[in-house]
Write a protein that binds this ligand. Structure first.
Ligand code: F6R
Length: 612
């Protein structure tokens, strides 16, 4: 949520910062800005409401030039997204400039104090107050690093921040608490960012900041310390990321690229983790807690949004195949409702970004009660990945489209692997079934590819419904979470109101909504619940609803009931949700494109939600 880039080196920092901000724009795109210290020692700030490209269009690159600078792309928390509230923020004296992710919770109290000291304020943001507080401490200490440090000791809340001081133009100071930052160390240049995507063009050697740490960056490197002033020694790590993974590669949108990548990303999730002759799954990252997992009394899966939907699939899988109770909790509820957690529980945190604040807080809550924690995470080195006792990376590669697609299917695949691993240890599935499942798993990428190749069929259905005002998605069993996820995808990128329900629940309320204008997507593969789903379809048909059925390619019977069909290949129920979501991802993508919505950057959303 919000993107930060800072540069100090021998190049002009502004083009580096703008390129980086464009790569981070999926984190927030309400407004953008840069600040630079030029060769005359002037501290300049330029910022605009809207996207980075809008700010760049009107930016005079001859004027805004200097070898040290910071930039920001914003997702508004305090203050509406306009030019003034955009970052960077200057302090009252024009000596300190700051970009900040997170929320300073006690900013009102600090503001009151500073106003007594004669400070005046330009914006409604908490960030400006932090700039003023740093300057207040600078006035007292005459030392930039000390001023930042003393200010951070005083603030409550979260921050990832980068700041410059006009009086000390040879250093860039950054700090982190609850909002990620990494520092890239290149040849005669050092770059900081909230995300590896902005660093990778310059260097692969990075340092991840931990909570409560700050760094003093110079063109020749960095010095790390805690905000309590303790020196820290830490070596750089090598980034495992390729530049073409974060580019569109000829697709119109990142979302389309990411949907179409799924034959590969799914394979990357299971590669090297399953023996196809024996059906035995092995997840090396979980070895250290294997005993705890096998003997767990209960699993608690915690996550938000799409990752929560994947968690619900995980519940159905683990309970059905391993016979252990599983609870699935919205992280934001779990962390605050005083949950009952015991040391015999295993808590699984699922997160694409590995930075979602509520999921992280839920995980920390679980740790307090002595539960074993495991992560199912995409972003390598992210906070959740580092804080769990053990974990498995989903290896979906960078997901840039704000609407999660390939991460969802890889999260489910990871949970399927955990299920198969656990079932073997608990002996809840015969070996012959495990072998069958592993063979089925091997066939999944080709089946996804088949759907990618028939995307035009899904597009035709989209054409018929692009003007719909509402949608219902209904499914049973493993396909209930698919209904939820299908509805979420549609509403977040096309702004059509959509709801997902267990198909049979429809009769208990939503059926009142059905009329000739209501499209209803039934996820109706020919599995154990097929006959029941057909009855539900009849109920909708009787009320003139428009039926879109997601059904097996060879299901002739469904043609008697459905107005439109989204064909899918067959698979085992364990993997069905991985296949069945793909046509729904395409459906929402094409509807959003036809409605001329900004697919990759839907309004009000940001990729990584690092505030409550
Ligand atoms: C929806 C979407 C969000 C995320 C949620 C959790 O398309 O992307 O609902 O799934 O914000 O994010 P992570 O997985 O990063 O914790």
């Amino acid at each position: 949520m919000c993107g930060i880039v800072g540069y100090i080196g021998s190049k002009n920092s502004v083009p580096v910062i703008i390129q980086g901000l464009k790569r981070l724009e999926y984190r927030g795109y309400d407004s953008a800005g840069v600040s630079v210290i030029n060769s005359e020692g002037e501290l300049l700030v330029y910022k605009k409401a809207g996207k980075v490209s809008k700010m760049e269009e009107s930016l005079d690159l001859d004027k805004y030039s200097g070898t040290i600078g910071i930039g920001h792309t914003r997702w508004a928390t305090h203050g509406e997204p306009n030019d003034i509230n955009a970052h960077p923020h200057l302090d009252f004296d024009g000596n300190i400039v700051i970009v900040h992710n997170g929320i300073i919770e006690n900013y009102k109290a600090i503001k009151k104090r500073l106003s007594i000291e004669g400070f005046e304020f330009q914006t409604e943001t908490d960030t400006e107050i932090l700039a003023d507080l740093i300057n207040f401490n600078y006035r007292r200490t005459n030392d930039f690093v000390t001023a930042v440090r003393l200010s951070l000791v005083e603030v409550e809340g979260t921050y990832g921040l980068a700041c410059l001081c006009k009086s000390e133009p040879d250093k860039l100071v950054v700090a982190r608490k609850g909002s990620p930052l990494l520092i890239g160390v290149g040849d005669s240049e050092t770059i900081v960012s909230s995300d590896a995507a902005a660093v990778i063009s310059y260097t692969k050697h990075v340092i991840y900041l931990e909570d409560g740490e700050m760094a003093i960056m110079t063109k020749n490197g960095y010095q790390l310390k805690t905000i309590e002033d303790k020196e820290i020694l830490r070596d750089t790590e090598v980034l495992d990321l390729l530049l073409d993974e974060i580019e569109k590669g000829g697709y119109d949108h990142f979302m389309l690229k990411e949907i179409c990548e799924q034959p590969d990303t799914i394979q990357n999730t299971y590669r090297g983790r399953i023996n196809f002759d024996t059906g035995v799954a092995k997840l090396g990252g979980l070895d250290t807690v294997l005993d705890k997992i096998v003997n767990a009394e209960r699993f608690i899966i915690t996550a938000c949004g799409t990752a929560w939907h994947a968690g619900l699939v995980g519940k159905y899988m683990i309970e059905q195949y391993c016979r252990v109770p599983v609870e699935v909790e919205y992280a934001s509820e779990f962390r605050y409702r005083n949950p009952i957690i015991s040391p015999r529980d295993v808590v699984i945190a699922i997160s694409q970004s590995g930075e979602t604040l509520d999921t992280l807080a839920a995980l920390r809550e679980a740790k307090k009660f002595g539960a074993t924690t495991i992560g199912v995470v995409n972003v390598i080195g992210s906070t959740i990945a580092r804080e769990v006792d053990a974990g498995t990376y989903i290896h979906a590669g960078p997901e840039i489209g704000v609407a999660s697609t390939k991460a969802f299917t890889s999260q489910i695949m990871s949970l399927a692997l955990i299920t198969m691993m656990l079932a073997k240890y608990k002996n809840t599935i015969p070996d012959s079934t495990l072998i069958q499942l592993s063979q089925e798993l091997l066939a999944i990428p080709a089946k996804i590819l088949k759907m990618v190749e028939m995307k035009e069929k899904y597009k035709l259905v989209a054409e018929s419904f692009k003007n719909a005002k509402n949608f219902l998605y209904l499914g049973r069993g493993f396909n209930f979470p698919v209904a939820l996820e299908g509805a979420l995808k549609l509403k977040e990128i096309s702004y059509i109101h959509a709801e997902g329900y267990p198909a049979a629940e429809m009769k208990h309320g939503p059926i009142a909504l059905i009329d000739e204008n209501m499209p209803v997507v039934f996820i109706a593969p020919h599995d154990g619940t097929y006959d029941k789903i057909i009855s539900n379809i009849e109920e909708v048909k009787a009320r003139k609803g428009r039926i879109i059925a997601l059904a097996y390619e060879d299901d002739e019977n469904i043609k008697n009931y459905a107005d439109y069909i989204l064909p899918v290949p067959k698979t085992s129920p364990l993997f069905a949700s991985i296949l069945n979501i793909i046509p729904l991802q395409f459906l929402s993508y094409y509807i959003a494109v036809m409605r001329e919505c900004n697919v990759d950057q839907p309004r009000n959303l940001a990729k990584s939600v690092t505030v409550e």
